[in-house]
Structure formats: C-alpha cells, structure tokens
Design a protein around this ligand. Structure first.
Ligand SMILES: C[S@@+](CC[C@H](N)C(=O)[O-])C[C@H]1O[C@@H](n2cnc3c(N)ncnc32)[C@H](O)[C@@H]1O
Length: 466
C-alpha cells in the first residue's frame, strides 16, 4: 500500500487494506456482543475492530500497562475492549446519556450478579403490580388521570416538548413508576437500571429511530396505545446480568484493577497528563450533522440528565457543533490553512445565496466549525500521546451541497501540521448511507450534469507520535 503521504500528494484512490490487520469496522456487530449490545449508538466501529487495533499497536501489554484513550467515547466500545485487554482506559463523552451508559459498562463488574438479579426480581414484582393497576384503571376509563396515582408530576420533565405525546398515558405512568423506583437504588445498580430504561424507552414510546428520532406515525408505524414497560426493561436487565456474570468469570479482578474512567465532559476541556496515552482508538462525530443531542432528547430529559439550559451548552461544546447551531451566526472562518481547503469552502459559501443561512453560507459555517475543531483535536492528540504512541481514528468523507470534503485526508494533513506522523489511511467500509445534507443527485454520481464518482466511505487513519 502507498504511504499516506504519497496518497495525499497524488490524490490516489485508497485501496481497502487486507493487510491492515484490522477487521471490518461495522458497528452493527456490537449488537450481538456481551456488554456492547446493551445500548445501540452510532458507533463508528465494532468491538472487534478495537480489539485488532489494541493487538496491533499495544502488543506488549503483559509487562506494561498502558493507558488507552477514547476522546469521543460514545457508549464505551473502546473503553471496554481496553479493559478486557488488561490496559487502563479513559474516555471523554459530552452526551450525558452516552456517558451514563459508558459508566454503567466500565463499573459493571463491581456488581454481584446474585444481588443484581434479586434487585431485578423485586423491580419486576413491583412493576407487575403497578402495571396491572394502571391497565385496570385505563380500561375502565381511558380518560382517567393516571399521573395522580403517585407523585409523578415531580419527576415528569416539564421542559420536554414533542410534536405528539412521547408516551401514551398508561405507558407514561408505568415508565415514571419505574423511574421513581430506580431513584431509590444504590450505585452502581442505579446507573445500570437507568441505562436499561434509557436503552428501551423509545421502543415503547410513540417515537422511533430511523436512525434519527421520528414519530411512529411519521415513519408509517402505528401508535403504541399501551404496553408493558416492565417486560422490556426486565429483559434488558436480564441481558445485562448475564453479561456481567460473563465479564466477572472471564476477566474477574483484572477488570477491577484497571484505571477505568469515564469523564462526562468535552475532550477539549480534558486535563489529561501530557504524554500519558499509549493508544487512542476513536471515532469523532462525522461531518454529516447527525444530531446526537436531539436524537437523545428523550433519554436526556426523562432520565433527568439535563439541567436548565444545559442542552444548549451541550450543542455549543459538541465537536463541530451542528448546522442548526452555527448556520445563522457570524461568518465562521478557518483558524488554520491547508492547500485548497479555503477554495472548497469559498465555493460552498457561494452556493444558493438566495437561501441565505439555509444555503451555502450556513453550510460553510458548519464545515468551518467542524474543521476548526478537527484541528484542535489533532493539537490535543499530540499533547496527550506519548512518544511512539498511536492513534487510530475512524472517520468518513462527506459531500456537502455537492462538494466532497475528504475528512480523513484533511485530518491527516492537520495531523502532520501538528507534528504527528501519518502511518496509514485505509478504507474500512464503503457505501456508507448518507443523509439529507447530501444532494441526492451527487450521491448518484450526477453533479450538475457531470458523471462524478464520489462515494461515501469510512477510513481508518493511523497516526504516530515520534
Ligand atoms: C461516533 S460517536 C463515537 C461512538 C463510540 N465509538 C462508540 O463506540 O460508542 C461520537 C461521539 O462523540 C461525542 N462528542 C461530541 N463532541 C464531543 C466532545 N467535545 N467531547 C467528547 N465527546 C464528544 C458524541 O456525543 C458521540 O457520542
């Protein structure tokens, strides 16, 4: 394979890397793996991909314990694999729901499975009793105010707004009852139960992931008039208990002896010791405007994870912010220079001026904000990596209003600017499904009448600090 430097200079097409030693990064594999399967998340890579990265770049872990960092940890795929490999790990995750799940996972072996199962049984019995009462009242009078059954107004998130009621009335009463019960649990059980509620709540709501959050009727699905919350939540909890038993048996005290931290904060605020990280395996948000904050509004609000105004702060501090956050603000310019980039951005800015912030100007603000954060990311990586340490970054290219931004190659150039060596870039997946920001005529290869060949792909960028 050509070196990345050559690829950058020659604008060559990448080849998939059969010799890269990294398995397919498709995160869908995680759905069938213990612990990883607890909560679906737009993950970037699979647990097997992380295992391979650790095996390749931290081969001598028997004698030395290393620190593995994921600056954009999501629900903790890298963190769990780092712990399993006998290394310490730290993850930064700005989204409180994802951080809650990642914390539940890294803490899970502290739970005694027998005690957890007893808690699940007690929860199930109480839920069944309550649900039977709700169903009885609802059947005899569908208009009855079920929220009066307990002091639910206290826990109901007043600021949560949705186009149609998020839960039907009986499901809402059942969910709130479950929520109140989990509030009385001790840690780490409390976090595990709340992760289970967050993981399942959309499935019995009137919303659905497609993969963005949409109402069920809007997605051609019927409303859910009534359902058992207990059944779904307890099934999830049982799955978690089984995985915890497996983790304790397989990894036991080794797990507990590791540094394993989840920081619910922005990586850009990290106070991590310089040179302390041996390996980074991460996948930052893509330049596709997937709105992690909006898509987790149900979990953030109903689990009480947002305080007043913190939703906006979350959007402001997110990597690349969001198109909705920056489109109508002041013009955003690049804070660094790369050949050709200013021109692409200028071209984008001039698209559809009549649409004002909804046209090129708004998109250029988003792209510039995203790339400025990418540059900051490379700067921080250089500080946190130790000499000889590697970073494996999974990222995709983007096509915005018909203009391709090869984010992987741009990141590689930014890395070099910041004194990191680009060891390799290889495609880990092609034909990634795009979303609405991509002009469909472009995706089909027809750019203003030209037959273009731009395709979406995910690439793994391998960096090394010398
Ligand atoms: C592609 S996902 C990573 C998923 C992860 N690989 C996993 O397996 O779950 C990107 C994550 O970055 C998080 N994020 C965005 N901005 C951040 C920031 N400034 N600091 C830390 N995390 C951030 C998002 O909330 C999202 O969970």
């Amino acid at each position: 394979m050509q070196s990345a430097r050559e690829q950058l200079a020659l604008e060559m097409k990448y080849t998939a890397g059969p010799d890269s030693g990294l398995r397919d990064a498709a995160a869908s594999e995680n759905k069938s793996l213990p612990i990883h399967r607890w909560v679906p998340w737009i993950a970037g890579f699979s647990a097997q991909f992380v295992q391979d990265a650790i095996a390749k770049y931290l081969p001598s872990t028997k004698r030395t314990r290393h620190l593995v960092l994921d600056p954009f940890a999501g629900v903790g795929t890298t963190l769990i694999e780092a712990i399993k490999s006998g290394n310490g790990t730290i993850g930064y995750e700005i989204n409180p729901f994802a951080a809650l799940v990642a914390s539940a996972k890294v803490a899970c072996v502290e739970v005694t499975p027998g005690d957890l199962r007893a808690e699940i049984d007690a929860f199930r019995s109480a839920m069944h009793r309550f649900e039977a009462e709700v169903d009885k009242r609802y059947q005899s009078d569908p208009k009855t105010n079920l929220l009066e059954m307990e002091d639910f107004e206290r826990v109901r998130p007043a600021q949560f707004k949705s186009r149609i009621p998020f839960f039907s009335p009986p499901v809402e009463a059942k969910f709130l009852y479950a929520l109140v019960r989990t509030g009385a649990l001790l840690e780490p059980d409390r976090t595990l139960f709340r992760a289970a509620l967050g993981a399942t709540m959309v499935s019995y709501s009137n919303y659905t992931y497609e993969p963005s959050l949409a109402s069920r009727p809007g997605s051609g699905k019927p409303l859910i008039e009534n359902a058992s919350v207990a059944l779904t939540v307890c099934r999830k909890l049982e799955e978690m208990a089984t995985d915890i038993e497996w983790a304790r048996q397989t990894y036991g005290y080794n797990w507990l002896g590791q540094r394993r931290q989840v920081r619910q904060s922005s990586y850009f605020d990290a106070t991590l010791e310089a040179g302390s990280v041996s390996l980074v395996v991460t996948s930052p948000p893509y330049m596709n405007n997937y709105h992690y904050v909006r898509n987790t509004r149900p979990q953030l609000y109903w689990l009480g994870l947002l305080s007043n105004g913190s939703g906006q702060q979350l959007e402001q501090a997110s990597f690349g912010k969001f198109w909705q956050t920056v489109r109508q603000g002041e013009r955003v310019d690049l804070t660094f220079e790369l050949p050709g980039l200013e021109e692409s951005l200028g071209e984008l800015r001039l698209k559809h001026p009549e649409k004002r912030q909804y046209g090129g100007a708004g998109w250029a603000n988003y792209v510039a904000t995203y790339l400025n954060d990418s540059f900051r990311f490379m700067k921080s990586l250089r500080i946190h990596l130790r000499g000889g340490g590697h970073a494996v970054i999974v990222i995709g290219n983007s096509i915005i209003q018909g203009i391709e931004f090869p984010v992987d190659r741009l990141l590689a150039q930014m890395a070099e600017r910041n004194g990191l060596r680009v060891e390799d870039i290889h495609i880990v997946r092609t034909k990634r499904v795009g979303n609405s920001i991509i002009d469909s005529s472009v995706r089909n290869g027809d750019v203003n009448g030209h037959r273009g060949k731009t395709q979406l792909y995910d690439a793994a960028l391998i960096l090394r600090k010398s």
